[in-house]
Design a protein around this ligand. Structure first.
Ligand code: ATP
Ligand code: MN
Length: 433
């Protein structure tokens, strides 16, 4: 660690302030900051350094021997830099600057870096993913991850304020939660086990003892298909609540999306706009079928909606909307049939244009009915014995949903690919970094 100082300060101090503290209130005062050298402009007798810390960039004026030393530093080197705050002369970007009297080089950067951390030279997505820690130096790249943190804060705060308890359930499980084929198998001390694809069965069971629960955790799906909205490991926010109807669950989901939107837009982190007045529109699955038929698609009631169908319908939509009352036959076994028409279900998906953001609905609480549906879905009720027992212990009627956090963030941030909003994405072709 080289240190070249000419001002008496406590020798071990490396930082007494951040870039955000540099303003008229500290004019004439000595400050010590730490950050990465972003730009070096050499005007001969005087050198301007643009240094970035966690809160943004600031400008430092360096003269004499210090200037010579500064000029020799590779960009993105990490320094502690001290000086007196003065109004800046002639800079359009900065009202104040630091008249530097001390620089401590804390870590020299490599002279060649894998991407331009100022963001001026655009890097492609693969380069960003391969070098994520450095890519986060680019302000709009960092905003996405800051946005995720505040998304979770807002969602947690709202759920806790509504009396929900945050729970955590196992991610190593013995049987499939929904009978899906997209499970990752693991060797559990010689016995086959699986990575959880959702907390569905556990969160329903916990309604019995805890009434209103939520969980925010990673789940795993062996998604072979290569799309812009699927990863093999993703973050999901799930809730389940006693005596909630499908309507209650939808209302809560809409509230949460709006709370998240308020939180991150108040920080200038959001790319889209949500109309504060209008409720999210609702369309029944049947209405979508009619719409698609009118557009010449060969589709009938009971068919699942494909990516292409959702793209066609999504084109007509401004933003978020619900699709309700899906056919029972294409929803998982725990889905509650609609009382009016047993071929349909008390289910919904929250969509943003053409992308599914969340699925939810009312669940079956009657043990015999649940067992019957397991059989009808071609599953073996013996595999669900542990789970079914709980429904004989006074299980309340209940509803819930699961939101793909990465997909929600992707759409709020105006990003096209889920890999743009996940720090270290995992897909069929990627297991590093
Ligand atoms: P899709 O039809 O888009 O594959 P799904 O209906 O299989 O999704 P659900 O089981 O309903 O997904 O999971 C709830 C939510 O979790 C989804 O609405 C989605 O936002 C998110 N999700 C599901 N699978 C993935 C994945 N592989 N990668 C990222 N998010 C996912
Ligand atoms: Mn779904």
């Amino acid at each position: 660690m080289t240190s070249f100082s000419n001002l008496k300060r406590k020798e071990n101090d490396l930082r007494t302030a951040y870039s955000k503290d540099i303003d008229g209130k500290v004019e004439g005062r000595p400050l010590l900051l730490a950050g990465w050298i972003e730009d070096i402009r050499n005007l001969g007798s005087i050198v301007f350094l643009i240094v970035r810390d966690n809160y943004g960039p600031f400008q430092a004026v360096v003269k004499g021997d210090l200037a010579k030393e500064a000029l020799a530093l590779p960009r993105q080197s990490y320094i502690s830099i001290g000086g007196i705050v003065k109004p800046s002369s002639g800079s359009k970007a900065f009202d104040f600057e630091l008249i530097t009297d001390r620089i401590t080089v804390l870590n020299r950067a490599d002279s060649s870096l894998p991407l331009d951390a100022t963001g001026r030279v655009k890097a492609d997505m693969t380069t960003m993913i391969n070098n994520r820690p450095l890519a986060l130096r680019i302000p709009h790249e960092k905003d996405v991850i800051v946005g995720k943190s505040y998304l979770l804060k807002a969602a947690r705060a709202h759920l806790l304020s509504k009396g929900f308890l945050e729970v955590d359930t196992p991610k190593i499980i013995s049987t499939s939660s929904e009978g899906g084929a997209d499970l990752f198998k693991v060797d559990y001390f010689g016995t086959p086990a699986f990575l959880a694809q959702s907390p569905q069965l556990y969160k329903e069971e916990l309604v019995l003892g805890l009434d209103h629960v939520f969980e925010i955790a990673h789940y795993f799906r062996a998604e072979k298909s290569n799309t812009v909205r699927h990863l093999s490991e993703f973050l999901s926010m799930d809730m389940e609540a006693a005596l909630y109807t499908k309507e209650d669950a939808m209302a809560l989901l809409e509230e949460i999306v709006r709370k998240i939107y308020e939180e991150i837009s108040s920080r200038g982190l959001v790319a889209i706009r949500i109309d504060e007045e209008a409720e999210f529109p609702r369309y029944s699955y049947r209405e979508l079928i009619e719409f698609l038929k009118s557009r010449g698609y060969e589709i009938k009631v009971g068919d699942d909606l494909t990516t292409e169908h959702l793209r066609e319908f999504g084109k007509e939509q401004d933003g978020f909307y619900f699709i309700v009352n899906w056919p029972l036959s294409i929803k998982p076994f725990y889905t509650m049939p609609s009382p009016q028409d047993k071929l349909f279900s008390e289910s919904f998906d929250l969509m943003h244009k053409d992308v599914e953001i969340a699925s939810g609905g009312q669940r079956i609480h009657d043990k015999n009915m649940l067992k019957q549906r397991i059989i009808e879905c071609g599953l073996n009720p013996n595999d669900f014995e542990q789970h079914l027992r709980v429904f004989g212990w006074g299980m309340p009627p209940h509803s819930g949903w699961g939101v793909g956090v990465d997909r929600l963030l992707m759409r709020l941030m105006g990003k096209e690919n889920i890999r743009d909003v996940v720090l270290y994405p995992r897909d069929a072709k990627r297991l590093v970094p």
